[in-house]
Each structure stands twice: as structure tokens, then as C-alpha cells.
Design a protein around this ligand. Structure first.
Ligand code: KDO
Length: 329
């Protein structure tokens, strides 16, 4: 009997030894996002997967979950921190919940354009702020992606010139203090609703409007249930393609470099397409019958900047950070 047990054990060890060559041994990378399939930051995920497969064949098994089906919007950082999720595209607003300094990047009218955004986050300021996320949250930011410039999108047809015109408007914003604050800084009454519920909220009048970049308004078909887009340019928004440190730390140096390279390619794909789309989409929305126009942007900028400068958030910003961000050329 002892011999038979020894033989079975030896056979088991042999099988186990054969396993690493099989694909089952590939490192699983589960990504979760609320993004809809046709939006560019969703489309960049298969780009990431394909690039990684080219660079490191058979080493990774990238699994993409869209529409917040795996984790609810805003819960991705906690899921990565617990080790239940490998990757996500997180926002500055998500990070600011745990690292107050990060709220500086939730401020309207601070980052000027996509180029400024790239320079800020790929430069010294980015390094400093990414380190905080690594040290305090156990999340490794791979790269910054341009989500687009947020604009107001409303059901009603009352013309909006200044923040005062938004008084009483129920503006859907994502559910966190930093997002809600932006809604009130714009002059509206913010209501907290998850991304996946915006369409119905607009359709039924639970919300009078929402704010998102133009490519997202198109991808999620918000133009079907709204009448106007007010080009406030109030937030040059970012998504940070990130990985749980629990997963990152398992990778070899070579695998880390390949993941970073694939991430950069995916982000480049997102950014190029999104920037091109933003330039072309005004015409699309006009064809759909929406009125699209620029309000008095100076009035919005002044009100929003003042709201942030005098806010509780600003008290946690590192000394001189706004000037440093402004000075990035
Ligand atoms: C949104 O809910 O309005 C938002 O644009 C916020 C972003 O941070 C990001 O979560 C985005 O939704 C989703 O990726 C869906 O596009």
C-alpha cells in the first residue's frame, strides 16, 4: 500500500511538473470598468490585451469586463486593494477619497488641455502623486489616459450663459464628494447617479442633465434623451490605467516592462481617437438636432476656480502645487 501511495504521489508530482508549460499558468489580469463598449477607453483594452500577447506570448490572460458588470463604478480601487481585481481605469476623484492631496486634480479649469495633462502626469508632478498612490493605496498607476473634456448636456432648452442659469438644474454627477462639489461649483444642484443609470435618469427626468466628454455622450447615446450641449470645457478629465500592487509585485522585471509598454500603446490609441473625435463630434450632435454652443466660459471659469480655491479640498493640497501645475508648459 505504501508503495502504491508513493507511486500515485510520484505521478502527481510529474503532472504538476508538466503544468507550467500550459496556458493555465498564464497570469490572469481581470480588468473592470463602467465604460460602454464603443467608448475609446473601452476599445483600448483589447489593444492592451493584443499588445501584451505580442510582447509576452502565453504569459498573460487578460479578461475585460465592461459596463460595471464585475465591480460597481467607484469600487474598483478598493477591489484592487483587497486583491480581488487586477486592473482598472481609476479617476482622480476615486483616489481623492483616500488621498486628499489628489483632490487638486478634481478641480475644474486647472488642467488646460490633453497635452498639458500628459506633461503634468508624465513629469515630476505625476511621479510625486503616483508614488502616494503606490505607498498609501497599494495601486500601481501604469499611465494617464485622456478621458476627454467634460461638457454640460441638458434635457431642457433654456439657454445657459452663466453659472446662475444652472440654478435649480438637477445635474447628474458620479457619486463622490469631489464630483458633487464640481456640480455645485458649476452652479447646479448635483444628484449622485451611477454611470450605467444616466440614460434612464435623463429619459425619466430624474436628472435634468449630466456632464461628460463628447465621445462618451455619443457612445452612451445620451443625445437621444437630451436637447443641448453647453461647451463649458469645465474639466479636462483623466483616467489612470492601474494595477493592484498585489498583482504587479508578482511580475518579473521583464513582465513589468512589457505590461508598461502595452499600457502605453493602448493609451496612445485611446488618446488619438478621442482627441480626433472631440474635434468632429459637434457636427454629429447638431445633425441629431441638439443645440451645441459655447456659454460665457469666463463666467464659469471664475466661479469654479474661486469655489475650489476657497474649498476644504484646497487645504490638503501641497504648498504651491497649483502654481507648479500652471507652470508646466
Ligand atoms: C462618469 O460617470 O460620468 C464618468 O465619466 C466618470 C469617469 O471617472 C469614469 O468612471 C467614466 O464615467 C466611466 O469610465 C464611463 O465612461
Amino acid at each position: 500500500i505504501t508503495r502504491r501511495i508513493a507511486m500515485i504521489a510520484a505521478a502527481g508530482a510529474l503532472m504538476a511538473g508538466a503544468m507550467p508549460a500550459l496556458a493555465a499558468d498564464a497570469i490572469k489580469l481581470r480588468i473592470s470598468t463602467p465604460a460602454v463598449e464603443s467608448d475609446w477607453h473601452a476599445k483600448m483594452l483589447p489593444v492592451f490585451k493584443d499588445e501584451l500577447e505580442k510582447l509576452a506570448p502565453g504569459q498573460f490572460d487578460v479578461e475585460i469586463h465592461l459596463n460595471a458588470t464585475l465591480f460597481k463604478q467607484g469600487t474598483e480601487p478598493a477591489a484592487m486593494q483587497r486583491g480581488n481585481l487586477d486592473m482598472a481605469m481609476i479617476s482622480a476623484q476615486d483616489i481623492a477619497k483616500q488621498i486628499p492631496e489628489w483632490s487638486v486634480f478634481t478641480a475644474g479649469y486647472l488642467i488646460r488641455d490633453p497635452e498639458h495633462q500628459k506633461k503634468v502626469f508624465r513629469g515630476e508632478i505625476g511621479k510625486q502623486f503616483y508614488r502616494l498612490v503606490e505607498d498609501q493605496m497599494g495601486i500601481k498607476i501604469l499611465d494617464v489616459g485622456y478621458l476627454g473634456t467634460r461638457q454640460l448636456n441638458l434635457r431642457g432648452d433654456k439657454k445657459i450663459e452663466t453659472p446662475d442659469d444652472l440654478s435649480g438644474v438637477k445635474l447628474r454627477m458620479p457619486g463622490s464628494d469631489a464630483w458633487q462639489f464640481l456640480g455645485s461649483a458649476l452652479g447646479a444642484n448635483p444628484v449622485s447617479i451611477a454611470f450605467g443609470e444616466i440614460y434612464t435618469a435623463l429619459q425619466t427626468g430624474v436628472a435634468d442633465g449630466q456632464d461628460n466628454p463628447l465621445p462618451t455622450d455619443k457612445a452612451a447615446k445620451f443625445y437621444e434623451v437630451t436637447k443641448q450641449i453647453v461647451l463649458t470645457n469645465h474639466l479636462v478629465d483623466a483616467v489612470f490605467l492601474s494595477m493592484s500592487s498585489k498583482t504587479w509585485d508578482k511580475l518579473s522585471d521583464d513582465q513589468k516592462a512589457k505590461v508598461a509598454e502595452a499600457a502605453e500603446k493602448a493609451i496612445a490609441y485611446n488618446d488619438e481617437n478621442r482627441i480626433r473625435d472631440e474635434a468632429e463630434l459637434v457636427a454629429f450632435f447638431k445633425e441629431q438636432g441638439l443645440s451645441v454652443y459655447e456659454p460665457n466660459r469666463d463666467a464659469f471659469r471664475e466661479r469654479v476656480q474661486k469655489a475650489y480655491q476657497t474649498s476644504e479640498f484646497a487645504k490638503s493640497w501641497p504648498e504651491g502645487i497649483v502654481d507648479k501645475i500652471n507652470a508646466v508648459k
